[in-house]
Design a protein around this ligand. Sequence first.
Ligand SMILES: NC(=O)c1ccc[n+]([C@@H]2O[C@H](COP(=O)([O-])OP(=O)(O)OC[C@H]3O[C@@H](n4cnc5c(N)ncnc54)[C@H](O)[C@@H]3O)[C@@H](O)[C@H]2O)c1
Length: 321
Amino acid sequence: MTRTTGTAGMAGRADAAGPAGMADGRVVVVTGAGRGLGRAHALAFAAEGARVVVNDLGVGLDGQPGPDSPAALVAEEIRTAGGEAVAHGGDIATGAGAASLVECAVSAFGRLDTLVNNAGFLRDRMLVNLDEDDWDAVMRVHLKGHFLPLKHAAAWWRAEAKAGRRVSARVVNTSSGAGLLGSVGQGNYSAAKAGILGLTLVAAAEMGRYGVQVNAIAPAARTRMTEQTFAGTMAAPAEGAFDAMAPENVSPLVVWLGSDASAGVTGRVFEAEGGRITVMEGWRPGPTADRAARRTPAEAGEAALKLLAASEPPGAVYGAR
Ligand SMILES: NC(=O)c1ccc[n+]([C@@H]2O[C@H](COP(=O)([O-])OP(=O)(O)OC[C@H]3O[C@@H](n4cnc5c(N)ncnc54)[C@H](O)[C@@H]3O)[C@@H](O)[C@H]2O)c1
């Protein structure tokens, strides 16, 4: 396969005669890759030698049908730079869309090695104003939109493993600080993104036996999802300074997690923003008190208050006063 440098997204790779790319030979599916973080991931995988399926339904910020199909543009961008990519315009939160995504990778490139679940949108409201539709739409696109591609990819990898072929598969899920700590005005999104963390742990535990590693990231970057709400923190710097909020800063970790190089890393969660990578440490037992007798409610309260006094306070919910 020929690779070239020369586009903003593919900086740093040599041509076919150059050093091996971290994702050489891999077939990578990125959902919601028509813009924002997904686009940056797709370009970064292609720059490291992967053949890429660029999925995007092309919806608006709130999930309503959009005017364009940005997946085709990103696939074209990769091909113009000398890489290999195909576009897939299906809805990843439907069984048919998720199944056809895996079929698209296999029919275009003969295999599937890495799935990056990334697609999603927002419907922010305070809980008292949150419509059932806004709850359902956000849970559907993020949580079901992770589960269904994962399920169809897992079935393909399990069949490969059962056929005796070596599987070195990777899944990178996309959570959020909202899922880790909660975010005011984002009850639906925070619940979906926290659900993705639970899904990641179970998938890592269930799929390790087939050679599949599953991890999650909680990114922060300037995209259409954040550029207005967080205009101050997301602003691009003066010319020449490090653009910490560029989505391209998140992609190197995603490429590593999605490659053979991350062997042995599974069931973990990383925050990624600018030049910073943080391992997030999840729920674990804190202070505890046990006795061989049932407590009265008053005794339970007394014990709980003592334990709370000895515990670490939780991190602040985003946007809480
Ligand atoms: N930007 C941030 O700072 C930030 C922070 C935390 C988490 N995230 C998460 O990162 C991911 C990418 O967000 P982004 O900021 O790049 O947003 P974005 O709006 O730029 O990109 C999301 C893409 O997903 C596509 N999409 C939506 N629903 C789809 C569906 N059903 N099927 C296929 N494609 C669909 C959209 O058309 C869009 O192109 C999201 O899961 C988001 O929640 C982003």
